[in-house]
Ligand binder design. Structure first.
Ligand code: GLU
Length: 276
């Protein structure tokens, strides 16, 4: 038992729930429940262009149809902007960010990450970038082992607030993992490369860093990651075969159970991260 375990699933509602996202949701849910922890759902809808309320509703309905419900009220990032802005104000006060007016064209010409500090006119529309240092950050990923990343060289100075005034993923994810007291992050491997930048921001605010575990991605027949961008199909609701298929993709034992609830209970009891 791990009474202080708080896990989460944090979908971006830019499309319906597909098999890859059900697998991620299940992995974080089963790991939390197997350890006697809490599991929270957070809707990452900071990107107002790509995210649609109808997708949020559909994702939550689909998760609920598989008995995957949040142990606390669902947090919507689009409703957290005051908190995000106060964190940005704090970073500005401490000179830890700089304004950036680089155009798409200029960024393209960089041919790599944005590693310089711009001199921008603060009165004109600009993004805010967090200053990264040329320093390796190491962390032990529960599934991928020891990782060493250099946020400056790999990602550059990351945007935390965009020119269009939307807050960026890096700021929102760290702010909310802290706000929701998340202790364990279990998510897809596509986010592994962003982890050191997130740890860097946790350290900047002197917040506790959660434990990370990145699981392999579900791919289609062409070895492409199942994603909303690749138009992965929506999964049916409350479908026992789909649940069993997702558990098979996680390489978990599947019991003889005939309902979603009993299949899930069996999966919680027999969950093994080592098998994933
Ligand atoms: N919102 C992100 C996504 O849907 C996941 C963020 C995370 O788990 O840290 O890809």
């Amino acid at each position: 038992m791990h009474p202080s375990y708080v896990g989460r699933f944090a979908p971006s509602p830019s499309g319906p729930l597909h098999l890859g996202s059900l697998v991620s949701a299940l992995a974080s849910f089963l790991d939390a429940k197997h350890h006697g922890g809490k599991w929270l759902i957070r809707i990452e809808d900071v990107d107002s262009q790509r995210c649609k309320p109808a997708h949020s509703i559909d994702i939550l309905d689909t998760l609920a149809s598989y008995q995957l419900t949040s142990d606390a009220p669902v947090l919507y990032q689009s409703q957290q902007t005051e908190r995000y802005q106060s964190l940005i104000d704090e970073l500005i006060r401490q000179n830890l960010v700089f304004p950036c007016q680089c155009t798409r064209q200029e960024l393209k010409h960089l041919n790599g990450p944005h590693t310089h500090i711009c001199s921008s006119d603060i009165k004109k529309p600009h993004a805010w970038r967090l200053i990264s240092h040329n320093k390796d950050i190491s962390f032990l990923d529960k599934r991928q082992g020891m990782q060493t990343q250099n946020p400056l060289q790999q990602i550059g100075h990351s945007i935390i607030k965009r020119k269009d005034l939307d807050y960026a993923y890096l700021l929102a994810v760290v702010a909310d993992d802290h706000f929701q007291s998340i202790t364990h992050v279990v998510r897809g491997c596509d986010l592994l490369d962003t982890t050191a930048a997130q740890i860097n921001l946790f350290n900047t605010f002197e917040w506790n860093v959660p434990q990370y575990c990145h699981i392999p991605l579900v791919t289609d027949d062409n070895q492409l990651k199942l994603s909303k961008q690749n138009h992965a199909p929506a999964i049916p609701k409350a479908n026992l075969e789909t649940l069993k298929h997702a558990l098979t993709l996680l390489n978990q034992k599947i019991g003889p159970q005939q309902t979603i609830q009993t299949t899930l209970d069996f999966a919680i009891k027999n969950w093994s991260l080592a098998r994933v």
